[in-house]
Design a protein around this ligand. Structure first.
Ligand SMILES: Nc1ncnc2c1ncn2[C@@H]1O[C@H](COP(=O)(O)OP(=O)(O)OP(=O)(O)O)[C@@H](O)[C@H]1O
Length: 126
């Protein structure tokens, strides 16, 4: 893999992901943050602190249906992108990915080599 700066700028995905208008994103983030509830504020601050300090942590955000997870995740993605960093929004299903800004299925985005058939199910015991 070519890690030279020129190689990085030639990576089309990276180029597209770094081409956002930071000023536009910041305005959107500020508007959304003003509307956050207390829990969304807490999660946003905690995750952004982790990003800022490069902790490389994983977070699991859980709530009942319609609790504001997607709203929060889109705001976090925009806040990360506004800093000139890369945030890739992925979901496990195509329908879920449509709710995320610039969202794609993880399968498509990362070229996960799992064959998908209509008859496939996931055997997760209760
Ligand atoms: N802080 C907020 N201010 C204004 N609208 C909000 C806020 N949080 C969420 N919403 C709105 O509430 C609705 C439900 O939020 P959202 O889709 O983010 O919930 P969710 O937890 O992802 O839902 P689900 O679990 O069903 O996927 C959406 O229309 C969203 O725009």
């Amino acid at each position: 893999m070519n890690w030279e700066p020129q190689g990085i700028t030639q990576n089309q995905l990276l180029h597209a992901e770094l081409a956002y208008d930071a000023a536009d994103l910041l305005l959107d983030v500020e508007d959304r943050r003003d509307r956050f509830n207390a829990e969304q504020h807490d999660v946003f601050d905690r995750i952004m602190q982790s990003v800022q300090e490069n902790h490389g942590e994983c977070f699991f955000v859980h709530s009942g249906g319609g609790g504001g997870k997607t709203f929060l995740c889109n705001t976090i993605a925009s806040a990360v992108q506004a800093q000139g960093k890369v945030a890739l929004c992925v979901a496990s299903s195509g329908i879920a990915s449509l709710l995320l800004v610039g969202g794609r299925t993880a399968h498509s985005r990362f070229h996960i080599p799992i064959p998908i058939f209509e008859s496939l199910t996931c055997r997760i015991p209760k």
